[in-house]
Ligand binder design. Structure first.
Ligand code: SF4
Length: 310
């Protein structure tokens, strides 16, 4: 996306209440105007994270990113073995770069989180020690995207992710199990929600894609999420009247489903306050006294250390 359009998107999103920005690609470190884009967001006090494969990370790049206020790096890891990961990425030597980058990032106050897509390459038994050997304290798992309607180019038909529903349910159990060995950011209740999704059981937590989370692509189209089949509008035309809140739960994209569970307690507080202002205290209490709100609060507590850091 050209830098002027990125500035426009940041300004519009900020005006309508967005305070967190995740830059992803492709490979955002290849964008020639990456630093000015981060600076623009930081000048508005937006919190910025960047998703990278780590291939272009160096001491200077990280120092520059820290200098413009980047708060977090999310580094893709595909396997629990350096050779398997590097072969899959086509990036020989990238694990050593990531290891060095984690040291520099920590010294600059940038949090670094491993992002692992659930695939047949992942050995969950070996993963915690491998991630720790690369210097990661935290890991987040991406759930396999089997279908995407938007312009997002994530792979949906790879044989590495062609799990049956039953196989995937078992893979989620493996993630829950390694929580004892490394900090997994996906809330346990969200992992269980995804297992209910795969078993076609009722969903408990509404997704806020299109209401609190959005996807903006390189054409300046603003979508409710990567799954959706059509954009909401051009980002320049966006305002709160175009947000969508319909308690959607039709897919399992972690970026939206996990975040929505964490956000649910905040949204419930807002809803309760609105009811209170309308003179409906009983309805206000009803907005808060739900199992979903309790689960959201517990999920926030589960991820509290990372949330505070980032
Ligand atoms: S559940 Fe999926 S399709 Fe629905 S809003 Fe969330 S991310 Fe989008």
């Amino acid at each position: 996306m050209p830098v002027e359009r990125a500035f426009e998107a940041i300004d519009v999103l900020y005006r309508h209440g967005v305070r967190y920005l995740v830059l992803s690609g492709g490979e955002p470190l290849m964008h020639p105007e990456l630093l000015p884009i981060i600076m623009r967001a930081r000048s508005l006090d937006m919190n910025v994270m960047l998703v990278t494969n780590g291939g272009l990370l160096s001491e200077k790049r990280i120092t520059d990113l820290a200098g413009v206020g980047l708060s977090g790096l999310v580094i893709s890891i595909d396997a629990a073995d350096a050779t398997v990961h590097e072969d899959n990425r086509g990036l020989p030597g990238v694990c050593n770069k990531i290891k060095e980058a984690n040291v520099v990032a920590a010294s600059c106050g940038i949090s670094a989180t491993a992002s692992v897509t659930m695939s047949r390459l992942v050995d969950y038994e070996l993963l915690p020690d491998f991630l720790k050997s690369l210097g990661f304290k935290w890991v987040t798992f991406s759930y396999p995207c089997r279908q995407l309607g938007s312009s997002n180019l994530a792979q949906t038909d790879s044989e590495l992710m062609n799990f049956s529903d039953d196989e995937l349910v078992a893979e989620f159990d493996k993630i829950k199990k390694i929580k004892r060995r490394i900090r997994v950011l996906n809330p346990t209740r969200s992992l269980e929600e995804m297992q209910r999704f795969l078993r076609k059981e009722p969903q408990r937590y509404p997704c806020y894609g299109g209401f609190r989370y959005f996807y903006v692509d390189w054409n300046s189209d603003l979508w409710r999420c990567q799954y959706w089949h059509e954009p909401i509008c051009k980002v320049a035309e966006f305002d709160v009247s175009k947000t969508v809140r319909d308690d959607c739960t039709i897919c399992m994209i972690d970026c939206y489903r996990d975040s929505s569970l964490l956000h649910h307690v905040g949204v419930s507080l807002h809803d309760a306050w609105q009811e209170f202002k309308r003179g409906k205290p009983v309805a206000a209490v009803g907005k808060l006294a739900t199992k979903a709100t309790r689960d959201s609060l517990l999920s926030v507590l589960e991820d509290a250390a990372w949330i505070v850091k980032v």
